[in-house]
Each structure stands twice: as structure tokens, then as C-alpha cells.
Design a protein around this ligand. Structure first.
Ligand code: ZN
Length: 302
């Protein structure tokens, strides 16, 4: 009986060990876009979950104890960096007490600096400029080409941590990257055929999407990054829209859509669709391709 017990214990523990290795790397990401890209790379060889929801403004996430315990069990933490998570991620990492994912460790990856950030401020930055990011605009995943590059960056790091799956990670990342390159050509053609050249947004969330598809962004509804629209500033935007013949405002769906009311009164043919700007930010936006597809459709007016 005693022997039987010992055998079953050792059987159970080896079974447990093999189940754990089947589950593979445990990755936690700060945003749903990063989770979606990581999923493209790791497929069923890893598990991945995001701290922020796709409907949340990623600048402002509460550092909940449940996030700390998630990060506490992770093999790898993927974030954007570029200050996007500066207000909340450091306290989550501190509370997680997991040396694997501390800054500077292999298990801590910030992808933003790898993909040529835009809007890097020149000169001195003061608080008077609003919530300006000194290392550049952090909304890098809104560009399908950069998303492909991010996949490769993530794959390389995952391969360092789990070398047994190196081939699969790199191959998956390359194939996602190629798919995004091919789709970008198709999306560009569709956007070109709308003849739309300039778009207003609420925040500088869509900078990388607009830059990729050669769409100008001559005004944002926020007077300064992170500062809610004022009626004075809205009047300035109306003037810009009239002067430059702009009739499309994309409102990121975690901001107040009623803010466009005054503009709608003044500019009769204006369209003001609300758009998801992250995976899981709306129904049928469950991966990166669907996210860009939704944005392209909102430009097309579909
Ligand atoms: Zn931002």
C-alpha cells in the first residue's frame, strides 16, 4: 500500500511537471494589442493575458492586487514602454515580487523603443505641454508594419527564454509580419480610393495608423495630450476643419463621444464614428487584423 502511494505521488508530480511544460511560457502583457501579437507568435505553445482591457485608456490603469499576482506568476512581461504604462506598471511590478520580470531582466520586454517612435519631442518638455511623452508617442501598435516588427522582437525574446520553441516562435512571427505587409498594401488602396487626406482624432492615439496610410492629422480634440477638450479649442478645430475641408473625426471609444456635438451643428456633413483603438475594444475586433480592418472601414464610412 505504501509503495503504491509513493508510485502514485511520483506519477502525479511527473504528470504535473509535463502539463506545466505543455502549457509553456506564461506571458503577461500590458495591453490587449501586445497580447494579440504575442498570441500570433506563441500560438498554443504559450499562455498570454493582458492587464488592460481593450476598452480602457492604457495611460490610466489601476494597479490592482490581482494584476500583481498575475505578473507574480509570469515568465515574461511585455509592455510598450515609452512612458505609456509609467503611471501604473512600476507599482504592479513592485507588488508582483517576481525577479524574472524586473526591469533589465530577460523576462521584461519593452517593445516601443525597437520600432522607431514618432512624435519624439525636441527641446525642453514641461508639464505645461500636457501629458507629453519624452521618448515619443507610445501608441505604436496601431501601425500594422510596426506590429509585424514587434512580433519579431517578441519572438526573439521568447526564444531566449524558451529555446526549445525558438523555430516556431520565429516562423510564426515572420508569417504574421508578412501577412501585415500584404494587408497594408490592400488597406492603402482602399484608403486611397476614399480620397480622404486628413482626419481629426480625439487624442494622438491613431498617429501611427494615420502616418502609415498617409493621412494627415491637423488637429486633435484635446487641446494638449491628456487634457480634455475645451469649448475654445473645439472652435479652433471647427475653423481648421472648414479651412482644410475635413469632414471626418475618429473618436477613440474610451473618450466622450458627445464632445463632437458642437462640431456636428457647425459642419453638416461631418462623420464622427467612434472606433476601437485596441484589440477587444469592440465586438469583432479580436485580433490585430480585425483592429486595422475596423479602422479602415471607419475611414471608408462602412
Ligand atoms: Zn497617448
Amino acid at each position: 500500500m505504501k509503495n503504491y502511494f509513493l508510485i502514485s505521488v511520483s506519477f502525479c508530480s511527473s504528470l504535473f511537471y509535463s502539463l506545466a511544460s505543455i502549457a509553456g511560457l506564461k506571458v503577461v502583457t500590458t495591453t490587449t494589442d501586445l497580447a494579440a501579437i504575442t498570441r500570433e507568435v506563441g500560438k498554443n505553445l504559450i499562455t498570454v493575458e493582458s492587464i488592460a482591457k481593450g476598452t480602457q485608456d492604457p495611460h490610466f490603469i489601476e494597479a490592482k492586487p490581482s494584476y500583481m499576482s498575475k505578473v507574480g506568476q509570469a515568465d515574461m512581461l511585455v509592455s510598450i514602454g515609452l512612458d505609456l504604462e509609467a503611471a501604473w506598471l512600476p507599482s504592479i511590478i513592485q507588488g508582483a515580487r517576481n525577479p524574472k520580470v524586473n526591469r533589465g531582466e530577460k523576462g521584461n520586454l519593452e517593445v516601443g523603443p525597437f520600432v522607431a517612435p514618432l512624435d519624439v519631442p525636441t527641446g525642453k518638455i514641461t508639464r505645461a505641454e500636457g501629458d507629453v511623452h519624452p521618448e515619443g508617442n507610445p501608441h505604436v501598435t496601431l501601425d500594422p508594419i510596426r506590429a509585424g516588427e514587434i512580433a519579431v522582437v517578441i519572438a526573439n525574446r521568447m526564444a531566449e527564454i524558451d529555446s526549445s520553441n525558438k523555430g516556431a516562435f520565429l516562423e510564426n512571427a515572420k508569417s504574421f509580419q508578412q501577412r501585415m505587409k500584404d494587408k497594408t498594401i490592400e488597406w492603402q488602396k482602399r484608403i486611397d480610393s476614399t480620397k480622404i487626406k486628413k482626419i481629426i482624432t480625439y487624442h494622438k492615439t491613431l498617429t501611427y495608423f494615420l502616418d502609415r496610410f498617409h493621412l494627415g492629422n491637423p488637429g486633435i480634440l484635446e487641446p494638449k495630450p491628456g487634457i480634455p477638450p475645451t469649448s475654445n479649442h473645439i472652435l479652433k478645430i471647427i475653423t481648421i476643419m472648414k479651412e482644410q475641408n475635413i469632414n471626418l473625426i475618429l473618436v477613440e471609444n474610451y473618450f466622450d463621444p458627445t464632445i463632437t456635438g458642437k462640431i456636428k451643428q457647425d459642419i453638416k456633413d461631418v462623420r464622427t464614428p467612434t472606433v476601437a483603438v485596441a484589440v477587444d475594444g469592440a465586438a469583432k475586433v479580436s485580433n490585430m487584423e480585425e483592429l486595422y480592418e475596423q479602422l479602415v472601414k471607419s475611414v471608408e464610412g462602412r
